[in-house]
Write a protein that binds this ligand. Sequence first.
Ligand SMILES: [Zn+2]
Length: 311
Amino acid sequence: MKYISLTTAFTPLLLLITLLNSPNGISKELAITFDDSPRAAKGLLSGPERANKLVAALAKHQVKQVAFFSVSKHLNTEGITRLNTYSDAGHLIANHSHDHPDFNTSSLTQYINNFLQADKQLKQFSTFTKMYRFPYLREGNTPEKRDGMRATLDKFGYKNAYITLNTYDWYIENLFQAALAKGKEVNLERMKRFYVEVMIESIEYYDTLAIQYLNRSPKHVLLLHEMDISALFIGDLIDELRRRDWSIISPEQAYNDEISQMVTKKVLSYNPGRIGEIARDKGQKKQLWHKSLDETYLTEKFNKDVLLLKK
Ligand SMILES: [Zn+2]
């Protein structure tokens, strides 16, 4: 009895099923991560309202686990309550430094101390996980700093929680809150469409770039921030992603992808995310940051599509 031939006989059927599930035959997966929690809440929603709304939206859309990359400086009573809201719902709490230093302007020693301070304070959360997201994605602008921090992460059992899908959602939040603060009427339906459209533009851009250099769509990590627009529209973004054949995976699944082992040889002051690094390592010099990460583009599109201003 040859079991191999049995397996072989089923292969075309399995392939067909895969193709039917995914029109272009490529499975697309991403994990959702929110940075800067507990981020300032001074606009539309209070901090606790934001946290509750965000957790409810994720539960309603059957997203079991996302990661919140947190800064320990903001752990006052309200901040702790907010992070507990996330961890009680099963979401990961991970390290995003104590007070969000810029590695380009910090010494290695200062930077390591900042990382360790956050490690100490974030351990109190039940779902705390040893993953580190570099603030501004800056991983060290000299070989000494870059290698020093890589060794520090290893020493303390941490993973570098890189991102692959870069977005400027924080700039969209600025536009939204500034318009509200000026007393402008912001139509939430148009705001939702604008947000989802721009996020999808970034996501599809970096996925296409990944396929160009890797010949496959890797398990992606989406960079978002813990903000009001995330709480308001994350469910709509998830719906649109699923319509486009994406599935949502956990951060730990995403960091199992082969590209988690990739280490760029270059020293970079500015980092577009891991797909951008891969493209740059292979010689691409331009468009490592997509136009959906351009402040002028976003401002003009917001004025036109959301505020309906004529130029
Ligand atoms: Zn950050």
